[in-house]
Design a protein around this ligand. Structure first.
Ligand code: 3HC
Length: 293
C-alpha cells in the first residue's frame, strides 16, 4: 500500500507537523499540511523553507530536489482538502478529547481506503481508533523531534490495527528513510516511557537542589553521551508536552514513580514552556530567533 501512497495529509502546523510535512515532501510525496490557524501555517511554511534552503546551502540537497519538495507542499485551513489523501498523519495538541473529535471528522472526510495515523507521544491508539468506523486502519506513527533529522519512527498498534495497516505504515516509514520499532499500545509506548521519567527525574534533581541545571545537563551530556542534557531536551520538546506525557504515564501505569515533579508543573503554570516560548528551564530570550523549531 505505502508504495502507492501518492498524497499524505498532515494535520497540525507545529514543530512536529511541519517537520513531518518537510520530510514527506523531500521524499517525493505530495503533502497537504492542514492547520485551523493561518498564522501557524505561515510559521510552518517559513520554517520548512528555511530548513530546506539550509540543506541546499550545505550541499546536502540539490536545488532540483529542493524545488521538487517545494512543489509538493500545500498549506490549507480546510480539512476537506484531505478527501483525496491516501494516508493521514495527525500531529495536533496532546489532548485525547481533541484528537478523538478530529478522528471522528477525518473518518467522514477521508476516503475509505485511507489510513489514519496519529503522531501521539503517549495517548492510547485503541481509544482514538474507537472514535472511527475504521479501527483496523488506525495506527500510531510516532516521529521523533526534529522529524527530518531523527532516524526513528515508533509504530504503535492499537487493539484492532490490521496487519495490512501495520505493513503499509512500516513500508512508508522506511520510504521516508527511517528505522522502525514496534510497540504495543501501553501508555508512553517505548521511547517516552523511558525518556520522560528521566526528564522528570532531572526536574526532581533540580527541585531538591542536588545540583544546578547546568551541571545536571552537563552530567548527562558528557557522562552518558546524550546530545542534549535532559533539561535542555525538555525545553526543546516543550515543558507542556513533557508534563502531559507524565500525566498519561501516571494515570495509565498507576505508579507514583510517574508523578510529575512539582517544579515541572510550576514552570508550565507560569507559561515557561521551553524554547517555543523563549523561556523554560533556560532563558532563550536573548538568543537570535531559531529557525530550526
Ligand atoms: N530540520 C532539519 N534539520 C535540522 C533541524 C531541523 N529542525 N535541526 C537540526 N537539523 C540538522 C542540522 O542542519 C545539522 O545538520 P548537519 O550536521 O548535517 O550540519 C544537524 O541537524 C545537527 O544540527 P546542529 O549542528 O545545528 O545542532 P546539534 O548538533 O546540536 O543537533 C539536534 C541538533 C539534532 C536536535 C541534537 O541536539 C539532538 O539530537 N538532540 C536530541 C534530540 C532528541 O532527543 N529528540 C527526541 C526527543 S523525544 C521525542 O521527540 C518524542 C516526543 O514524543 C516527545
Amino acid at each position: 500500500m505505502a508504495s502507492t501512497v501518492k498524497m499524505i495529509g498532515v494535520i497540525g502546523g507545529g514543530q512536529m507537523g511541519s517537520g513531518i510535512a518537510q520530510l514527506t515532501a523531500m521524499h517525493g510525496i505530495d503533502v497537504c499540511l492542514v492547520d485551523v490557524n493561518t498564522q501557524a501555517l505561515s510559521t510552518a511554511s517559513s520554517s520548512i523553507s528555511s530548513s530546506i534552503n539550509r540543506l541546499v546551502s550545505k550541499s546536502q540537497l540539490s536545488q532540483d530536489k529542493a524545488s521538487d519538495a517545494f512543489k509538493r507542499l500545500r498549506f490549507t485551513t480546510d480539512l476537506n482538502d484531505l478527501s483525496l489523501a491516501d494516508f493521514i498523519i495527525e500531529a495536533i495538541v496532546e489532548s485525547e478529547d481533541v484528537k478523538k473529535s478530529l478522528f471522528l471528522q477525518l473518518d467522514k472526510i477521508a476516503k475509505s481506503s485511507a489510513i489514519l495515523a496519529s503522531n501521539t507521544s503517549s495517548i492510547s491508539i485503541t481509544r482514538l481508533a474507537s472514535s472511527t468506523s475504521r479501527p483496523k486502519q488506525v495506527i500510531g506513527m510516532h516521529f521523533m523531534n526534529p522529524p527530518p533529522v531523527m532516524k526513528l519512527i515508533e509504530i504503535v498498534r492499537g487493539a484492532d490495527t490490521s496487519d495490512e495497516t501495520f505493513a503499509a505504515t512500516k513500508e512508508l516509514s522506511q520510504r521516508l528513510g527511517k528505522t522502525v520499532i514496534t510497540s504495543q499500545d501501553y501508555s508512553g509506548f517505548i521511547v517516552n516511557r523511558i525518556l520522560m521519567p528521566m526528564i522528570n527525574e532531572a526536574f526532581y534533581t533540580l527541585y531538591t537542589n542536588v545540583a544546578t541545571k547546568e551541571d545536571i545537563d552537563m552530567g548527562m551530556k558528557l557522562g552518558t553521551n546524550h546530545p542534549m542534557g535532559p533539561l535542555e531536551l525538555a525545553d526543546f520538546i516543550g515543558l507542556d508536552v513533557c508534563l502531559s506525557i507524565m500525566k498519561v504515564l501516571h494515570a495509565g501505569l498507576g505508579d507514583n514513580k510517574y508523578a510529575p515533579c512539582p517544579l515541572l508543573v510550576q514552570y508550565v503554570d507560569a507559561g515557561r514552556l521551553g524554547r517555543k516560548r523563549g523561556i523554560g528551564v533556560y532563558d532563550y530570550s536573548k538568543e537570535p530567533r531559531s529557525t530550526k523549531s
